[in-house]
Design a protein around this ligand. Sequence first.
Ligand code: ZN
Ligand code: ZN
Length: 290
Amino acid sequence: MTAPHHNPGHPIQLQLGQESITAFSISGLATYALVPGLNCAFDMGECLLDAVPLERVFLTHAHGDHSRCLLRHESLRRLLGMGPATYYIPRQTLEGFRGLALAWKALENVREANFEMPRFAPLAAGESVWLNRQLAARAFAVSHTLPSLGYTLFDVRKKLKPEFQARTGPELAQLRRQGVPFEEEQWLPRLTFIGDSTIDTLYRERHIGQSRILFLELTYLMEEERELARKRGHTHLDDLLAFLQECPDVLQNEHIVLKHFSMRYERRLILSVLKARLPKTLLDRVHILI
Ligand SMILES: [Zn+2]
Ligand SMILES: [Zn+2]
């Protein structure tokens, strides 16, 4: 008999402003978030058919509940005649994932001529990649028990430098011909995804709070689980409440998605604990991914 946990595996549909996202996250079971409007996904603990057309997958870390279906995604794309997707992974995991791909090749008896290594793109904290001319992703360090990255997607806009704002169209055209750089880039944080993390990441990476949407892990809620949370590199509700008290102005996000709750909780328990303990200013913006 299975435990009466809060969601046996159904994907959840979120509409967060302009963003339609399909997501699922339970600690130890699976985590993923699909953003079809931006042609990308975060983590691949499970691989829905809806995930297969997405061409970029940002993987936070190598724990199985976040990464187990990366190769399934890759092989389903091949089966369906789609070109290779790109898998952004923490740099330290590259050899492991390559080894995994080679192990499958051997197990499935794939001939050398038919084998293609999945397109892994290792990233380090601070590195950025362009998804298109107006959208970029930047990786940042996340504190967990394994090498782990968080990702922020930015809308990148060109705007006039202050000293050129009063210029007319023809004047700007003239400047362009002369090669004068009168524009600067503005990076507007649109969506931030953190996989598993202790609260340390929030204290260190303050830019997270400026993101319009934030996916945040909150695995443990019960008083007696504080030590467990520390040991497993997760966030406990008490950690989040302490952070909100010490740094009340950091999380400016319009939408905060709390996810990755422990499998042992029932739905009702999660809702009642969070409603009783989270401050109202946060609750108004919170989506509980259950
Ligand atoms: Zn996890
Ligand atoms: Zn983990």
